[in-house]
Design a protein around this ligand. Structure first.
Ligand code: NDP
Length: 536
């Protein structure tokens, strides 16, 4: 780590004063001329504006996407693959330009924009363009009871997919969902977060530049009401990523429209550090898992359970790393931790931190929050000990660079504490022993468990991503995610005519024959089967 410690934030200027008149409308406010203005979280400078959509244009967007989808429905998958491979190349060639816009709009660092957003979308596109054909090809389904029939499953496009996305990964989350929806043959209407609309426009324009037919990908802008209007706009499925509270509403609204929805929701992901873990690398990975993107990652390490015998050396290492992180305006290469995207999130982090301190938690690193009158906002990477399982900072999603450390005595206790949460997105276990890792992983209630790592499998396109419990329903990514964006239909063909016993006219002979067939084919063991075959 370089010399600048994070304990002095490189920010000049007056701090935010809640009682002072605000210099501009709060983030996400629709301006009098019907636009959303976006300001850099790292400096407060204006990035740009987009026009807000009202319910009627949302319906028009869904109709336009459907017309474009129907127009292209006869074209083979290889055409879509070729277009999306061109999109991938555009991303690789213009990664800098796309990354810079992400940095300006979201406040994450240049490294994070490149490695956690732009390149993973390029790679996901590459992977699915190469594998979609295999994943979506017809699947034979032999019928053990009806050998005179031939069944197969065929994956059809659903039509138009409505994608509602959050602000924390404004490119990689909708980017992956849009690319996979297109490969499955669908049109798309995307509603990005009101805090990060510009990068969604960039995504659409790059897709069109690569050859995606105009109109097939629509982007509608606005606040939650526009997301709600999208669900009612006639789309065939909703892929939603966001908070648990909004996810519940989306689930109900989708049920009313009788359309399926995938819900990728919040988390409070635990990391378990066993006594045999390599403390050096574990501390580095845990710190990154907690502080990357200023902790604004659904799968951030939000609580650590470390074996009491190694708690001190582990904590010392994490504290050392946190203190060495360089924080500041994110558009520079020498910054490790960027800005907080929204003021609302800063307020939540502040509340959790103050509550923990008031209840006896010790802040060993960080702990400062700086918001300037210009609208720049930063939270220092913070390490806390003396926290308890019932504190908000351990129970509720904080979504900021806060790392509370707790201890345990036995493996059973670690698993119990890790599972003691309404959430279940990801979980992490650190140990040198792969068998132990597997044993613990087996007991953790989470959509993904990683051994000696954190966060990264969202960028591994072959792995399914999603949570259990309140963290969501369904999966994105992986072959299951791609198939879910399709409608599976069953086609059942006849090999030869078989005069089966269940047709008319009903009678005792057919009744007995039917019993005999079932008993012979599925009876338990040879004896039962022979009895069914030769019995009366
Ligand atoms: P929100 O739930 O506030 O918003 C998500 C999206 O839903 C936004 O586009 C929002 O619009 C829109 N929305 C708001 N109200 C409605 C409504 N009634 N109907 C339809 N859409 C609506 O989440 P955040 O944007 O604050 O994102 C942070 C959350 O997302 C965290 O909890 C995080 O854990 C979770 N998340 C989960 C991931 C996962 O993979 N499981 C990945 C990333 C984040 P607007 O912004 O304009 O209000």
């Amino acid at each position: 780590m370089a010399e600048t410690a994070s304990q002095a934030l490189p920010l000049d200027g007056p701090l935010f004063d809640d009682s002072a008149p605000s210099v501009r409308p709060p983030q996400g406010t629709v301006t009098p001329h019907g636009t959303l203005a976006v300001y850099e979280p790292g400096s407060g400078k204006l990035v740009g504006e987009v026009r807000v959509s009202t319910p009627a244009p949302v319906r028009e967007a869904a109709v336009s996407a459907r017309l474009a989808q129907m127009e292209g429905s006869g074209r083979p998958l290889r055409d879509r693959e070729a277009i999306l491979l061109a999109f991938k190349q555009l991303l690789l060639d213009r990664a800098e330009e796309v990354g810079d816009l992400i940095v300006r709009e979201n406040g994450k660092t240049k490294n994070e924009a490149l490695f956690m957003e732009v390149l993973p979308v390029a790679d996901l596109t590459h992977y699915f363009a190469k594998h979609a054909r295999k994943i979506l090809r017809d699947e034979k389904l032999p019928l053990h009871m009806f050998p005179h029939k031939k069944s197969y499953l065929r994956y059809y496009p659903r039509g138009v997919i409505g994608i509602i996305s959050p602000w924390n990964y404004p490119f990689s989350i909708p980017g992956g969902d849009v690319v996979m929806s297109l490969l499955a043959g669908n049109g798309v209407v995307l509603k990005p977060s009101e805090f990060t609309p510009l990068i969604a426009e960039k995504l659409r324009s790059l897709l069109e530049e690569a050859g995606v037919p105009r109109g097939l990908v629509q982007v509608v802008h606005g606040r939650g009401d526009v997301g709600a209007a999208l669900i009612q706009s006639g789309v065939n499925m909703i892929v939603f990523t966001g908070s648990v509270a909004t996810g519940r509403k989306v689930n109900v609204a989708a049920a009313e429209q009788m359309i399926p929805c995938v819900l990728e929701l919040g988390g409070k992901d635990p990391a378990i550090v066993l006594d045999d873990a390599d403390l050096e690398t574990t501390a580095r990975k845990v710190a990154w898992g907690a502080f990357a993107n200023s902790g604004q990652t659904c799968a951030s390490v939000e609580r650590v359970y470390v074996h009491e015998s190694v708690a001190k050396p582990f904590t010392d290492r994490v504290v050392g790393i946190a203190k060495g992180l360089r924080q500041g305006e994110p558009n520079r290469h020498d910054v490790d931790v960027g800005a907080m995207t929204t003021q609302m999130q800063v307020d939540i982090v502040r509340r959790h931190l103050e509550d923990a301190k008031a209840r006896g938690a010790k802040v060993l690193a960080g702990g400062e929050i700086k918001v300037t009158l210009d609208g720049a906002r930063f939270v220092q990477p913070t390490v806390l000990t003396d926290v308890t399982q019932d504190m908000a900072i351990v129970r509720d999603e904080t979504f900021g660079p806060m790392l509370p450390i707790l201890t345990f005595r036995t493996e059973e206790e670690a698993v119990r504490l890790a599972n003691d949460s309404p959430y279940g997105l990801s979980a992490y276990v650190f140990t040198r022993d792969r068998e132990r890792a597997d044993r613990v992983a087996n007991q953790l209630l989470a959509g993904t468990v990683m051994h000696n790592d954190a966060l990264y499998t969202h960028a591994a396109p072959e792995t399914p991503w999603g949570g259990v419990k309140a963290s969501g329903l369904g999966r994105v990514h992986g072959k299951h995610g791609l198939r879910d964006l399709s409608e599976v239909r069953h086609v059942n063909l006849e090999r030869f005519n078989f005069p089966a016993f269940w047709y008319y006219p009903y009678g005792a002979k057919g009744y007995r024959l039917g019993r005999k067939v079932y008993g012979t084919l599925i009876g338990n063991g040879l004896g039962a089967r022979l009895r069914a075959l030769f019995g009366r």
